[in-house]
Design a protein around this ligand. Sequence first.
Ligand SMILES: Nc1nc2c(c(=O)[nH]1)N[C@H]1C(S)=C(S)[C@@H](COP(=O)(O)O)O[C@H]1N2
Ligand SMILES: [Mo]
Length: 331
Amino acid sequence: MLIRTGHNGFVHPQGSEITPQSAYEGRRRMLRTLAAGAAGATLAGWAARDARAAVERPGKLAALPGAPSQVAGANTMEAPTSYADASQYNNYYEFGLDKADPARNAHTLKTTPWSIKVEGLVAKPRTFGLEELLKLSAQEERIYRLRCVEGWSMVIPWVGYSLAQLLRQVQPLGSAKYVEFVTLADKNQMPGLRSSVLDWPYTEGLRLDEAMHPLTLLAFGMYGEVLPPQNGAPVRLVVPWKYGFKSAKSIVAIRLTDKQPGTAWNKAARNEYGFYSNVNPDVPHPRWSQATERRIGEGGLFAKKRKTLLFNGYGDQVASMYAGMDLKQQF
Ligand SMILES: Nc1nc2c(c(=O)[nH]1)N[C@H]1C(S)=C(S)[C@@H](COP(=O)(O)O)O[C@H]1N2
Ligand SMILES: [Mo]
């Protein structure tokens, strides 16, 4: 069966590749679920997941332990998507347009040495090496829903810390209003750069208050291990209340600015992808609805779709940042 899913309306085959294969043991999660007194059905589900665990793990990655986050809203009680799905159904256009391409091609990504240059309207501009970044703050595990603008979603346990921890180090100036994220663009490592579907490097942007929000995560790992290249190694953004494309992968520079920065998808199709891109079931994409979503791993095309929630369900935490804004105009 063919279905229209690509951001640009590409036609991708799908269905058979979306088989649920759990690989994340989630022991702490199970204990927490127990502690919260969840229904037996949930536990039965977990047991089944554990039985399938460790079957298909694409290579061994270094452990990246993180204590469960104390940040409000950072831990959904929903069961995580299987590691197999989270690491083999990706959007990372630098490695190809098909969902299976990043897992196939991203092994060429060289993640060491790595650094992030933090510059612009800050008192103390500085380049941080990956080791420094890893040690800057305690790593936390946060289980976030990730809603792609294409109409699917996943639940992924990320490891990292609030981006605010990094931004505080460079002391943003009063004139700083926005933050631009620049990602790696290297033709030698990234076959997708031959395509002109996007204007490389892939960049993204947030308003400064969004970037400083405790839920905005600088992520180094997932499922208790370092990020696999296809998920944005060695360091990426995860902004859970916005469409997935705001969560830029493999970041090399962060710039604080006084003007709203351009962003990859906004530049590609201004009327389809706004700067804010907050998840909003009431603002359809010009070519498809955003009212519902398909959770990856839930029975493929035949599973009942879920209702998409405003701000991807993180409204209690983030809605106040948009008070007084017309979210249909500033989508
Ligand atoms: N550099 C870069 N970052 C990117 C993308 C990309 O193509 N290039 N795709 C985005 C999109 S559209 C989504 S949905 C998420 C997917 O993250 P995941 O593959 O870890 O689920 O990454 C985002 N970050
Ligand atoms: Mo996406």
